[in-house]
Design a protein around this ligand. Structure first.
Ligand SMILES: *Cc1c(COP(=O)(O)O)cnc(C)c1O
Length: 231
């Protein structure tokens, strides 16, 4: 078995184990393979091993990769990196899901671009629950305001929340941030029932995805553990 297929298999097993430990169905957690910096051949390797969801973090890089896979309804492309409003149009054309919506301006640009592209775009609201330590993301109050404004975006479907905690060597230290995102989802759901479409929680990376699953992650974003260290 090639290394990527092998890594995918063991990560799927770990995801299943972490999910079952807390009484969740393994299929409840989606694995997003973060393919940023890796060439199309490497992505194709993962596709052959049955992987269908991929995460990229830069528009320019994604432009050179995603179209090579053609319009394949089996594949899903997720933008996980910061997005500037002036690149919203390209993002709405290339991606199926945008994890990094953190401002009204960006959301309304994406809505307009999705409308022009004749599609409905799935988006997650990126929350910064760490204060000043991370650069992007909305505060809990701003997330609330975004959700209130969502009715005005006919071409966006707000499917949940995403967060990137500060990096800690010890994955247990990420857990309070994952817990905060889960609590924020619970609060928003009780305040505005039904407004968070699929109620996704996108949280957890190679070193801490098991902790994230224990706090309710429904999408884990895993790069290094699948593809190896990035150059
Ligand atoms: C790069 C990246 C990941 C994957 O990180 P790994 O540690 O390689 O698993 C996940 N989420 C975001 C937002 C990223 O930029």
């Amino acid at each position: 078995m090639n290394p990527i297929a092998h890594n995918l298999q063991s990560i799927r097993e770990e995801i299943g184990k972490a999910a079952e430990e807390c009484g969740r169905a393994p299929g409840d957690v989606l694995l997003l393979a973060v393919s940023k910096t890796f060439p199309p051949e490497t992505i194709a390797e993962a596709v052959r091993a049955g992987q269908t969801r991929f995460g990229e973090n830069r528009i320019q890089e994604a432009e050179g990769k995603i179209p090579l896979f053609g319009p394949d309804p089996k594949l899903e492309w997720h933008l996980i990196g910061h997005l500037q409003s002036n690149k919203a149009r390209r993002a709405a054309e290339l991606f199926d899901v945008i994890h990094s919506v953190d401002s009204l301006k960006l959301a309304s640009r994406l809505d307009q671009a999705a409308g022009e592209a004749g599609r409905t775009l799935s988006v997650l609201l990126q929350a910064d629950l760490a204060g000043e330590e991370t650069k992007f993301g909305a505060t809990a109050e701003e997330v609330r305001a975004l959700l209130e404004a969502a009715a005005g975006w006919p071409n966006l479907r707000v499917d949940g929340l995403m967060t990137i905690p500060p990096f800690f060597d010890d994955p247990a230290r990420s857990r309070p941030y994952f817990e905060r995102l889960r609590r924020l989802r619970e609060e928003l759901e009780s305040e505005r029932p039904g407004c968070l479409g699929r109620r996704h929680l996108s949280m957890g990376m190679s070193h801490d995805f098991a902790e994230a699953i224990r706090e309710g992650a429904t999408i884990v974003r895993v790069g290094t553990a699948i593809f190896g260290t990035r150059a």
